[in-house]
Design a protein around this ligand. Sequence first.
Ligand SMILES: CCCCCCCCCC/C=C\CC(=O)SCCNC(=O)CCNC(=O)[C@H](O)C(C)(C)COP(=O)(O)OP(=O)(O)OC[C@H]1O[C@@H](n2cnc3c(N)ncnc32)[C@H](O)[C@@H]1OP(=O)(O)O
Length: 308
Amino acid sequence: MSIIKSAFRVLRFGSAKNQLFSLESKTCRAFSVCNKLRQDASDANASKINFYVDENKEKGYAILKLNKGPVNSLNLEFLTELNIQLEKFEESKEIKGVILTSSIPNIFSAGLDIMEMYQIKQDRGSQFWTALQETWIKLYGSNKIYIAAINGHSPAGGCLLSISCDYRIMSKGPYKIGLNETLLGIKAPFWFRDTMINTIGYRETEKALQLGKLYSSEEALAVNLVDELADSKDLITKAEEQMSKWCAIPTVARELTKSSMRRDTLSKLIAQREADTQSFIEFTQRDSIQKSLRMYLESLKKPKKSSA
Ligand SMILES: CCCCCCCCCC/C=C\CC(=O)SCCNC(=O)CCNC(=O)[C@H](O)C(C)(C)COP(=O)(O)OP(=O)(O)OC[C@H]1O[C@@H](n2cnc3c(N)ncnc32)[C@H](O)[C@@H]1OP(=O)(O)O
């Protein structure tokens, strides 16, 4: 059961009951829009393996490895598949927690697939944004323990995935993490911002978001964007050690505590999902934004200087 649902339970007889049930029904409507997409995604991607799941039911946790080459960029189909998997974890009685990592060396996730924002039709854009909202609500609102084992670069949407987890361990190395949206000419959505504030505090977020700052792993540790650094070869072992520690905490007390910390941030998006999607569509259709995205895409496609 998700944090949102348990929040409804806890407050069932309280004065917030009507407001929360209205939030829940809005959420359910938005989720049902995704049902057909889910079916399409599972049909279309039956032959592709965009992530691996390694479940250790004896120990009570799973390892989810993102595997969508070349850079785990998040497009509609990938997000839809991930949402199905997150739901399976949430419903599992055996799985208490999930280690989220990537099978692609040096890359955790390059964030949102920029092609989902560039010259995209309104319908697709709307489905894409709804799927992204759902991923965040499921991850940030999960009752399970999520530990991010960040094995490489984690910009923008990759950073959002990481900060939606409960604990972050990052590989030592020349990797970057942060919300760099302003460098693409766009403003980070309020729920990206709020998740960042909840992680590193207001002042640091204000600087980081305006500058589009990408932190090195050492800098990320210094501002609590990540909780721990590890040598690449030890990353998963360290994540498993941490997971055992979290799994040993009394479950209901931990879940209620997590829920109480995250409920307000989640409710803010849930109350205005449709308006947020409209803002995304309106914003990304602006000529100035399309121009910025085109320039950014071109800079990504430029041949890289040889290191030799
Ligand atoms: C009123 C307000 C309303 C709200 C408005 C909302 C507006 C939208 C808000 C959301 C915005 C942003 C969130 C995002 O996540 S945007 C994505 C940001 N990501 C990045 O900036 C990362 C870009 N990528 C990199 O920096 C590097 O690729 C890397 C991750 C460091 C890896 O480097 P590498 O050298 O190993 O690989 P590289 O050669 O660069 O890339 C390989 C190929 O992959 C393509 N690619 C990389 N990143 C992306 C991406 N994010 N989307 C799509 N494609 C990507 C790259 O172009 C290469 O392609 P090719 O092989 O040359 O064809």
